[in-house]
Design a protein around this ligand. Structure first.
Ligand code: A2P
Length: 277
């Protein structure tokens, strides 16, 4: 007789939090990409509205029951029924050291007020939209490249993603491939979306920081387009502090004006949150 031995089911982590500026949501799936990066999907409250590219507070209760929340860009489009996030794992990070262990069925805290500047409303009309990202900074663009408005407003959408290692590009590659096959926006994405990747600490097809490739012109040669021009190009930047500082400087030197929700202009900047947590 075969005796089936099954592992005892792991208790799901349920939250008994006091009412606050957040709701309690359930983890639907988790996917680990590398030992530093993972993606997870959670339920979306019916009343939760956001603009593609915005961020929101998410987190877990601490030992004392008080919430520990951090800002995360929503990585899914506004029309999706659930919410996606893409996170770094920091071994000693107060939140991510615990968040990286979440599993399907666990509960998580979700803030109620999405905000942010990486939104289409903060840019003036243009021809070509650049989304410049490093590491988990690709998250808000995972939302924006699946928003039909992005393709309605721009003739070309160029997503650049630079990571240390090739394995860290996988999430973006899967995302772009799925976007091009998507029923709703696949056709627009196939026509207008270009994905440019590079690595800095691995041997890859393209090696180097995106900032160096903008300055040398290599990026534009690869893409077969003219160099940055504030008359027609718009730029969104999200990633490490260094990337933001250096790309912002490049944009300013080339005559781009920084935009905001209140005053739309030529480029917008937002740091990739939890980069150090
Ligand atoms: P590098 O390996 O040369 O530091 P991180 O994983 O530390 O967030 O970095 C993600 C990517 O961002 C890496 O490829 C890193 O390159 C790159 N990067 C870091 N600082 C800058 C900067 N100032 N300008 C452009 N890219 C940067």
């Amino acid at each position: 007789m075969n005796v089936m031995t099954t592992e005892p089911a792991r208790e799901k982590n349920k939250i008994s939090a006091k009412p606050g500026p957040y709701t309690i949501e359930t983890v639907l799936s988790v996917k680990h990409y590398t030992d530093r990066l993972f993606h997870f999907r959670i339920t979306r409250p019916a009343a939760f509205r956001f603009r593609s590219g915005e961020f929101i507070m998410i987190g877990l209760p601490k030992e004392d029951g008080k919430p520990l929340l951090r800002a995360y860009s929503v990585a899914s489009p506004f029309w999706d029924e659930a919410l996606d996030f893409y996170s770094i794992k920091v071994p000693d990070g107060p939140l991510t050291s615990r968040l990286q262990h979440i599993q399907e069925g666990d509960e998580i805290l979700l803030g109620k007020k999405p905000v942010g500047t990486l939104v289409l409303d903060a840019l003036k009309p243009g021809k070509r939209l650049y989304m410049v990202s490093t590491g988990t900074g690709i998250a808000p663009f995972a939302s924006l490249i699946r928003d039909p408005e992005t393709y309605e407003k721009f003739d070309e959408v160029i997503l650049t993603h630079t990571c240390r290692e090739l394995a860290e590009l996988k999430y973006g590659e899967e995302l772009v491939a799925a976007t091009k096959e998507d029923e709703l926006i696949g056709e627009m994405a196939r026509e207008k979306l270009v994905h440019f990747t590079s690595v800095t600490r691995d041997d890859g097809p393209v090696k180097g920081r995106v900032t160096d490739m903008i300055n040398s012109g290599e990026l534009f040669d690869h893409l077969g387009v003219p160099a940055f021009d504030p008359a027609v190009d718009r730029v969104m930047i999200c990633g490490s502090e260094g990337l933001l500082k250096d790309t912002r400087q490049i944009c300013l030197e080339r005559g781009f004006v920084e935009g905001s929700n209140a005053a739309p202009a030529d480029f917008v900047v937002e740091k990739a949150f939890v980069a150090t947590d």
